[in-house]
Design a protein around this ligand. Structure first.
Ligand SMILES: Cc1cc2nc3c(=O)[nH]c(=O)nc-3n(C[C@H](O)[C@H](O)[C@H](O)COP(=O)(O)OP(=O)(O)OC[C@H]3O[C@@H](n4cnc5c(N)ncnc54)[C@H](O)[C@@H]3O)c2cc1C
Length: 387
């Protein structure tokens, strides 16, 4: 080791949650020195980050595209355009978030951005220690965004695990092909086994869009995307400007937020991905704000993320339905967005629904698929407990 390098805070992983936390800390202008460590991020693999919101968010300055209309289409060809009342759907680019945060950290000599693979974060009395190559960093508090896949192998009373596979192409067309005023939120017309995949389209202009295939089963995504573009958008041979791909675990499992008294897990590793949607950004922003608030108010960032048991159960039932009866999903989503105000649906998906939102959803959603999934989940839980 080439000596100890002390900081107030060390963040492992300059992915979405590491960057959002660093950005929130910088915005708060606190007295903390920050070390941000990452050794693996491939800038090209991950491009657009989207979320919906009812008001301003901490990332407003980075948002490049906003939509007030969403398209939801079931496999039968019925595409519904729903107008958002209180929400906006918005997209920013990971590379811009990364550039901004890394530049701000590098501009202040108290902070450091370290390119290297970090070892485990170890608590040693009042300090957290971590080896990065030949160096040892020490800090008062540690934040770890590394996701440990092996944790998914442990028995889980919450049940279903689905792997969401993303395969996206940013395309440019020679003629107008997209409606730039409406983002395609869920389009099940991907000609794949019903409910196992949907397309997602962010139209940046009438001729440019990020077109993504999201599937919960292995699939020849390139071919499916080409066919979807030709059949639904009339785009035959678009110029592919960029690609993105990735894999996310959809699970209602509880993830520990703490690795000891001074290490806080963040991002997916800390359970910040919403199990039923695969979206994490809003929850990551809320988590970053709560951590910064903990530091400012009590000098202690070890805040517990909110635990909403009812929503966790709903997520588990939803995932059970998707895993066991995927063919039901297009109709479930169509009913959700067709019969209920989209603002209510988005609030519900964000776990911010009011009692009235819940009443409206329960009254208008097809209950039978959910009751069957609940029964399957309860039966599975009894078996999971025995094993
Ligand atoms: C293709 C794709 C698109 C998505 N789009 C959206 C979206 O639009 N909206 C949304 O809300 N969510 C989206 N998600 C879900 C979620 O927001 C992302 O997965 C997000 O990257 C999660 O952030 P994270 O910080 O938990 O993990 P990551 O962003 O993966 O960050 C973890 C970081 O840790 C680093 N790391 C790993 N090991 C080490 C080590 N030993 N030492 C140092 N560093 C290490 C990695 O290089 C990485 O940078 C998407 C997911 C995928 C896969």
């Amino acid at each position: 080791m080439s000596g100890e390098h002390p900081y107030d805070l060390v963040i492992v992983g300059a992915g979405v949650s590491g960057l959002c936390l660093a950005r929130a800390l910088l915005a708060a202008r606190g007295p903390w020195s920050i070390a941000l460590v990452d050794g693996a991020r491939d800038d090209d693999a991950f491009r657009a980050l989207s979320m919906w919101s009812e008001g301003p968010t901490a990332l407003d300055a980075l948002v490049r595209h906003r939509w007030r209309r969403l398209v939801v289409a079931d496999e039968g060809g019925g595409a519904r355009v729903v107008a958002l009342g209180t929400h906006t759907y918005q997209t920013l680019f990971f590379a811009e978030l990364q550039r901004e945060v890394l530049a701000a950290l590098r501009a202040d000599p108290r902070h450091r951005v370290i390119d290297g693979r970090a070892g485990p974060l170890r608590t040693d009395g009042e300090r957290v220690r971590v080896a990065v190559g030949a160096e040892e960093l020490s800090a008062r508090w540690g934040f770890d965004s590394r996701f440990h896949r092996e944790e998914l192998a442990a028995p889980d009373p919450m049940g279903a695990l689905l792997w969401q596979r993303f395969h996206g192409v940013e395309v440019r067309c020679g003629r107008d092909a997209f409606d730039p005023t409406a983002a395609v939120f869920l389009d099940f017309r991907a000609e794949l086994p019903a409910g196992t995949a949907f397309a997602y389209v962010l139209p940046f202009s009438a001729r440019e869009a990020l077109v993504e295939l999201v599937s919960v089963a292995p699939v020849d995504a390139e071919t499916a995307l080409r066919r979807y573009l030709a059949r639904v958008h009339g785009v035959e041979a678009p110029e592919v400007v960029a690609r993105e791909s990735g894999l996310s675990p959809l699970t209602a499992r509880r993830f520990d937020a703490f690795d000891g008294p001074r290490v806080r897990r963040i991002g997916i590793a800390g359970g910040r991905m919403k199990a039923s949607t695969g979206y994490a950004l809003t929850r990551i922003l809320d988590d970053s704000a709560a951590i910064v608030q903990g530091l400012q108010r009590r000098g202690d960032p070890m805040v517990a993320p909110p635990e909403r048991r009812g929503y966790r159960l709903l997520d588990a039932v939803f995932l059970t339905l998707w895993a066991r009866w995927p063919a039901r999903m297009p109709a479930v989503f169509a009913a959700m967005f067709g019969r209920v105000s989209p603002d209510r649906v988005l609030r519900f998906l964000d776990e911010r629904a009011s009692a009235w939102d819940l009443v409206a959803l329960v009254a208008r959603l097809p209950l039978w698929p959910f009751l069957r999934a609940l029964a399957a989940w309860v039966a599975g839980r009894a078996l999971r407990r025995k094993s």
